[in-house]
Design a protein around this ligand. Structure first.
Ligand SMILES: Cc1ncc(COP(=O)(O)O)c(C=O)c1O
Length: 416
């Protein structure tokens, strides 16, 4: 059977949508290779937020006047757009707007975890988790004494699943990154989820890095919770989403208390609202939700299969070009390019400190992030304290990678 290959993205014209890409830094065009940290916003996202503020800003779920009702409709409409983007069967009830992926994961640990787990219950994590999917569970462990187990990362930067069944024995929750922000590793989530469910565990997926770069269908993946942030997918900062099956959200107590999350309040008790509003205390990020919806519309307009094809090809180009032009001087952590790897290139360049590397690259207009990438335990596994991370977004092309390599070559000369 013929495989359908999506038509390639027209990067040249796509780049014109992003005003920040027109900037120069140190007299050179900006080469933005830090989308894993935060991506850039295209004009339709900026315009949607401006149009919202200019035409119908008001608080939501409160006013009965026309603009307040319009604002509420825009906010609730955004919930549906974001839910549809990840294949949520019932977005009105299943998408909770939060501040970011970090808050979504804290919500799961603090509400679902604290309400259902008991002392000695086991939660399975991995060595490659971002602190956002590690610290909330460590906090819960301090609070109620749950036991944390970890899937190891092997020498190729993949998860060691050889003893998955043993690791899953007695586990109640598996909380796992759907794509590593350091290694680019994309674990076989569906396989892990099937095994977890067979062992009686629920699965919390940290989709902060995967959702912006691939077609996602939560029903096909089978996960129980999925956390992600708008700002990593061309949306604004200040908003993210937690998706969970409706019956799970129904069973969970509120996370934060205040206005908007109750059905009734008396001086001695309160009755929480139904999900998702139960988890959205206070005035929510309304303009940000409008921007989030515009961002998923934008990505849908590009086509997520095309986004993935473009980024997979560029990752392959980058890994090959770095090896060919820099040889053994530059190490790219993580698995080889392929279907189980995303466009995150954590670099080690001889013994040059990643901060020095990033500073030299800045002179070339190249934005990369040096540091531990909020994954300190993984840094220890890799035997480093930091890496310089270049990460690929929809708007990057081979010229960006060539400039990165030009800057790395100069760093090699400077620090020889
Ligand atoms: C894998 C992963 N999880 C969670 C987060 C947290 O995202 P945010 O800072 O938007 O809450 C990040 C951010 O870099 C990440 O890479």
């Amino acid at each position: 059977m013929a495989t359908l290959i999506p038509a390639p993205l027209d990067i040249e014209s796509l780049r014109k949508d992003f005003p920040l890409l027109a900037r120069t830094v140190h007299g050179r065009p900006l080469v933005y290779l830090d989308s894993a940290s935060s991506s850039l916003q295209p004009r339709p996202v900026l315009a949607a937020m401006e149009q919202y503020y200019e035409t119908c800003h008001a608080n939501v779920h409160r006013g009965v006047y026309t603009t307040a009702e319009e604002a509420t409709a825009r906010y609730e409409g955004a919930r549906v757009s974001v839910g549809r983007f990840i294949g949520a069967p019932d977005p009105e009830r299943e998408i909770v707007f939060v501040k970011n992926a970090t808050e979504a994961l804290n919500l799961v640990a603090r509400s679902f975890g604290a309400a259902t787990l008991r002392r000695g219950d086991k939660v399975l994590l991995t060595e490659m988790e971002h602190h956002a999917n590690l610290v909330p569970w460590l906090m819960l462990s301090d609070q109620i004494g749950i036991e944390l187990r970890y899937l190891a990362v092997d020498a190729d930067g993949r998860l060691d699943l050889s003893n998955l069944d043993r690791k899953l024995d007695g586990v109640k929750v598996v909380a796992i990154s759907a794509m590593s922000n350091v290694l680019g590793t994309i674990p076989p989530l569906q396989e892990i989820t099937d095994a977890a469910h067979a062992a009686g565990a629920l699965v919390v997926a940290d989709g902060a890095q995967l959702v912006p770069h691939m077609p996602i269908d939560v029903q096909a993946l089978g996960v129980d919770f999925l956390a992600f942030s708008a700002h990593k997918m061309h949306g604004p900062t200040g908003i993210g989403a937690l998706w969970a099956r409706a019956e799970l959200l129904e069973s969970m107590p509120p996370f934060l208390g205040g206005g908007g999350m109750i059905l009734d309040v008396r001086l001695d008790r309160f009755v929480p609202a139904d999900p998702p509003h139960r988890f959205e205390a206070g005035t929510p990020p309304i303009a940000e939700a409008v921007g989030f919806a515009a961002a998923v519309d934008y990505l849908e307009g590009l086509g997520m299969a095309r986004v993935r094809a473009h980024e997979e090809q560029l990752t392959e180009y980058a890994i090959r070009a770095i090896a060919e032009r820099l040889g053994g001087a530059c190490r790219v952590f993580g698995p080889p390019a392929g279907p189980d790897r995303g466009g995150v290139l954590s670099l080690g360049f001889r013994d040059v400190h990643p901060h020095d590397l990033a500073q030299v690259l800045d002179q070339y207009g190249v934005c990369v992030r040096p540091g531990h990438h909020c994954a300190k335990p993984l840094m220890r596994v890799l035997g480093v304290t930091a890496t310089a991370r270049a990460s690929i977004g929809t708007y990057n092309d081979e010229r960006d990678i060539d400039t990165l390599i030009e800057g790395l070559t100069e760093a090699g000369r400077l620090f020889s």
